[in-house]
Every structure is written in structure tokens, then in C-alpha cells.
Design a protein around this ligand. Structure first.
Ligand code: NAP
Length: 311
């Protein structure tokens, strides 16, 4: 546990995978004197009370942010603008207001106009997650050795950015600062496009007439299974991501479609050399990701396999 809390009162708006993980990590590390949270539904509020991780669960966002030194919106991207408007008049002067949304340009566009200039607005995106959602899905270790990208708009107090950086670092994250537009371009290719492809391929397999659904499920370990995990991600969150990062995703999708056409041509023409060269290049990228510790080198993503029975 750290020696002193980084913030006296932390307000988390939304207690799902990300909000719940921040609460658990901050509590474990002693980063907040007090953690107060709010969730939209009565059901979530009741469950959060039961979990006993936070100090207070309140019914309104306005109540949650009162006297808070750090406010983090942990809700879908599309909900951040309206919630910023709702809390604006209740924010403590000097407070840091942040979020965890997977898109940053739209967050700055939707939230900044509502926030008073007495607070410091430092948007953030922890590049860490799972396909699970809801109050039970969070865990304290989620951010360890994962990147958290801060995108402070121009003119934001450097001290506020440093304090938020230290908060994320204390939860185990590696922190980098970039502009919202650059963030959206990088994440379009590293996260948003892969999700779109997974959603597409799983939907396509579901609609195939020649292969039965039971065959798709039965033989899924051939590669399909790894797409299904991503395609199980929260529909609300991902709807908002694609609507909010439309331009960058369309740009990357254009490049992707051109590359897919090249591979299609190589298959049609029987151009084994082109295919081999391409797959060799992509294999090196995977090795690079493992080398910098962003994934496990274990075979089959570290899945447990049963042993062969002795004859
Ligand atoms: P989640 O598990 O579905 O939790 C979302 C929370 O937001 C719930 O507490 C929900 O309350 C609340 N909420 C939903 N709609 C709302 C609205 N209109 N107004 C106020 N509260 C609302 O989602 P999550 O995965 O934590 O995602 C939250 C944010 O983190 C998103 O912006 C996402 O882009 C970002 N993010 C997600 C991941 C990931 O892998 N999941 C990774 C990095 C960043 P109820 O339970 O009452 O509905």
C-alpha cells in the first residue's frame, strides 16, 4: 500500500469493468481517502453495496462529484457528454475530471464545453480490458503493465496531468501522453478495426448456409474461437466506439480493404511467395508483442489442455 492517498475523495461515475477495476486497485493501493461511486440502475447500485469495495454508493452523479478531488467517468463514450453537463455545476474547484473512454477526440468535443474552467480536464484511456462487463467483472490487477494514454487538451495544468499520471502508475499502468486525434488513429488500427473484423467474421460464420452452426462451434479451435472472445465484447460500448471514432476507423478500414484485396489476388493467382512473405512479416509482429511483455508466449494463449490417457 502507498504511504498517503493521492486524492482525498475519488468519485467514479459508473461501476462496470473499468470503474470496478479502478475501485478495487485504488482501494488495494490506498490511493483514495474515500471512494464514492454511482451507477445508473438500482440493480447495479445494490450489487456495488454488497461487494463492499467503495465507501459510498449514491443515486445521482451530482451527489457523487460533490467535494471530489478526482472524478472519473467510467461509462460508455456516448454517455459522457450528457453526464458532463449533469455534473458541471457540482464540481469542486480545483478537481481533476477524467474519463476512461476508448475514443478521445469525441470525449474532448462532448465534455469540454460543459466543464467549468475551475476544474482540470485530463481525459484518459486505459488500454486494458476483457470481454466482460458489469460490477462483478472488475479486478485490481487489470491495469498492471498495461498502457494508460492521457490526452490533456492544450493549456491544461501540467500538475493535474502529473497527478493523474501518478494515480494510474500506482495502479500498475505505464502512462503515455498524446493528442486525442493521434490516440484515435492508433487505437483505430490496434483495437477498433480488430473488433470490427471479429464482429464481422463471427456474424458471417453464423449466416453460412453450407456449414452448420454446430460444426462452426465444434471446430472453432481452428482459429474462429479467438475471434469469438473479442466478438463477445459489450455491444453498447462498441456501438459508441464506432460512432465516435468514425473518421479514423473508416481511414484504417480503407487501407485494410486494399490489403485484403492484395491477399485475395495472391490466393486467386496461386502466388505462394506473396502469401509467404506476408505471413512472415506478420509473424514477426506477433513476436515483437510477446517480447515487450504485452502477451504470453505460452502456446495456444496459455490455455489448459488435458493430458493423453495412458494406453
Ligand atoms: P461496463 O462494464 O458495461 O460498465 C458501464 C457502466 O456505465 C455501468 O456501471 C453502467 O451502469 C454505466 N452506464 C451505462 N450507460 C450509462 C449512461 N447512459 N449513463 C450513466 N451511466 C451509464 O463498461 P466498461 O467496460 O467498464 O466500459 C466503460 C468505459 O470504459 C467505456 O467508455 C469504454 O469505452 C471504456 N473502456 C472499456 C474497456 C473494455 O475492454 N471493456 C477498455 C478500456 C476502456 P448500469 O450497470 O447501471 O447500466
Amino acid at each position: 500500500m502507498s504511504s498517503a492517498p493521492h486524492f482525498q475523495r475519488v468519485a467514479l461515475i459508473g461501476f462496470g469493468l473499468i470503474g470496478g477495476s479502478i475501485a478495487r486497485a485504488a482501494k488495494l493501493q490506498g490511493l483514495a481517502g474515500e471512494i464514492v461511486t454511482t451507477a445508473r440502475s438500482e440493480k447495479t447500485r445494490a450489487r456495488v453495496m454488497e461487494l463492499g469495495i467503495v465507501d459510498q454508493v449514491v443515486a445521482t452523479n451530482a451527489d457523487a462529484v460533490k467535494d471530489a478531488d478526482l472524478v472519473i467517468l467510467c461509462i460508455p463514450v456516448g454517455a459522457c457528454g450528457p453526464v458532463a453537463l449533469e455534473i458541471a455545476a457540482h464540481l469542486k474547484p480545483g478537481a481533476i475530471v477524467s474519463d476512461v473512454g476508448s475514443v478521445k477526440g469525441a470525449i474532448v468535443r462532448d465534455m469540454a464545453p460543459h466543464l467549468p474552467n475551475t476544474v482540470h480536464f485530463v481525459p484518459a484511456h486505459p488500454v486494458a480490458g476483457t470481454e466482460h462487463s458489469g460490477p462483478d467483472s472488475g479486478f485490481a490487477e487489470l491495469f498492471i503493465n498495461r498502457w494508460c494514454i492521457l490526452t490533456p487538451p492544450e493549456g491544461v495544468d501540467a500538475d493535474a496531468t502529473d497527478r493523474l499520471r501518478a494515480f494510474w502508475a500506482a495502479m500498475g499502468a505505464k502512462v503515455e501522453v498524446m493528442t486525442p486525434d493521434h490516440h484515435d488513429l492508433v487505437l483505430a488500427i490496434t483495437s477498433h478495426l480488430p473488433h470490427l473484423i471479429a464482429y464481422t467474421i463471427v456474424g458471417t460464420a453464423d449466416e453460412l448456409a453450407q456449414v452448420t452452426e454446430s460444426e462452426v462451434i465444434k471446430f472453432s479451435a481452428g482459429g474462429f474461437r479467438d475471434f469469438t472472445r473479442i466478438a463477445a465484447s459489450d455491444p453498447t460500448m462498441w456501438r459508441d466506439v464506432f460512432l465516435a471514432n468514425k473518421d479514423a476507423v473508416l481511414e484504417m478500414l480503407g487501407t485494410f480493404t486494399e490489403d485484403l484485396s492484395k491477399l485475395t489476388r495472391a490466393i486467386r493467382r496461386g502466388d505462394g511467395e506473396a502469401l509467404f512473405d506476408h505471413f512472415t512479416r506478420t509473424r514477426a509482429i506477433r513476436r515483437g508483442i510477446v517480447e515487450i511483455g504485452q502477451d504470453s508466449a505460452a502456446a495456444d494463449f496459455g490455455r489448459q489442455h488435458g493430458a493423453l490417457r495412458k494406453p
